[in-house]
Design a protein around this ligand. Structure first.
Ligand code: SF4
Ligand code: MG
Length: 319
């Protein structure tokens, strides 16, 4: 359903005296992958790795610097603005912070009515009640304002609005990270049920590997603008080949029944470098325990280790 080919998104950053020097922030730097219909593709990585930018560029909320994105047979990166508008309802986005993504001056009813009216829907009221029910809310929420709702309820409203025009593909950017832990599971279950009932396809962005393991069929691990490993969720999580994936998996909090608290198994070592000045060769080399000379000089290619399992590391086969 979604095919991304060599996608790049660079931002120009003006620097120096009179801001005359331009540096390029390579937020997304040559990313390729595909998502089949009905699949959830999890995108993981630390903050600053380019996950959100990638999600927005796929939807053309950001114009790509180069590369292609296909939605089914249609190359959305080649569509003129008018054509893009027609296909927009099929591709939606849900953001991390439900409060700031909802207009505080509109009631829930009007928030969900907006896209419906814009696209000439006739039975707006019936549709809104149907949508509220689908996300576990009811008619009594329709006349409330966002600040009268809990975070979880607001995120349900944002989901209802995203579903209003029968989308096929949804980018979910950390959709539960801002919610209380107790509410997170409910919203994740809702998203999972909606996916099945409405045959949706998801790109699920998260830094929470536990959540991604639970929801995703496939996963891509992003580091400084590049996908460094991708494949089936079990393939990648049970047999990680890239040192960065291993590092992320080792830093998942493990609930320890004896201590009755969550302890960090191992801390992710070092900080992510600035994407403005990424390290030479393999971008991960300053943090990599396996780095050799070649890693500083040559950027590794993406290789397919096993069917569908891709790794970008000079020593992938030995890992
Ligand atoms: Fe580590 Fe070298 Fe592999 Fe990069 S290419 S992940 S530095 S071993
Ligand atoms: Mg982000």
């Amino acid at each position: 359903m979604i095919r991304v080919e060599h996608l790049k998104k660079y931002f120009a950053i003006k620097q120096g005296f009179l801001r005359k020097r331009t540096m390029w922030l390579k937020a997304v730097d040559d990313v390729s992958f595909e998502i089949k219909k009905g699949e959830t593709f999890g995108l993981v990585g630390e903050s600053g790795s380019g996950k959100s930018t990638l999600g927005r560029t796929i939807l053309r909320l950001y114009e790509p610097t180069s590369g292609k994105v296909y939605f089914g047979e249609t190359e959305i990166t080649a569509l003129p603005k008018e054509e893009l508008k027609k296909i927009r309802p099929k591709m939606q986005m849900i953001y991390q912070d439900p409060y700031s993504s909802l207009n505080p001056r509109l009631t829930v009813f009007d928030i969900i009515a907006e896209p419906l009216k814009e696209h000439g829907y006739e039975h707006v009221r019936d549709r809104i009640l149907e949508l509220l029910e689908a996300v576990g809310l009811s008619e009594e929420h329709a006349n409330k304002y966002p600040d009268e709702l809990s975070g979880g309820q607001c995120q349900r409203v944002a989901i209802a609005r995203a579903l209003a025009l029968d989308p096929e593909f949804i980018v979910l950017d950390e959709p539960t990270s801002a919610l209380d832990v107790s509410v997170q599971a409910q919203v994740l279950n809702l998203l999972e049920d909606l996916k099945k009932d409405l045959r949706l396809t998801y790109l699920f962005i998260s830094h929470d590997l536990g959540v991604v393991r639970y929801l995703a069929d496939k996963v891509g691990v992003m580091y400084l603008g590049k996908i460094v490993e991708s494949g089936d969720i079990n393939q990648v999580f049970d047999h990680p080949k890239h040192p960065y994936t291993k590092m992320l998996l080792e830093s998942i909090p493990i609930p320890d029944p004896k201590v009755r608290s969550i302890r960090r198994h191992k801390i992710v070592r070092g900080e992510i470098p600035s994407p403005l000045t990424p390290p030479s060769g393999c971008r991960f080399h300053p943090r990599c325990p396996y780095a050799k000379d070649i890693c500083k000089k040559e950027e590794p290619e993406m290789i397919e280790l096993e069917r569908g399992h891709f790794v970008r590391c000079h020593f992938a086969e030995e890992m």
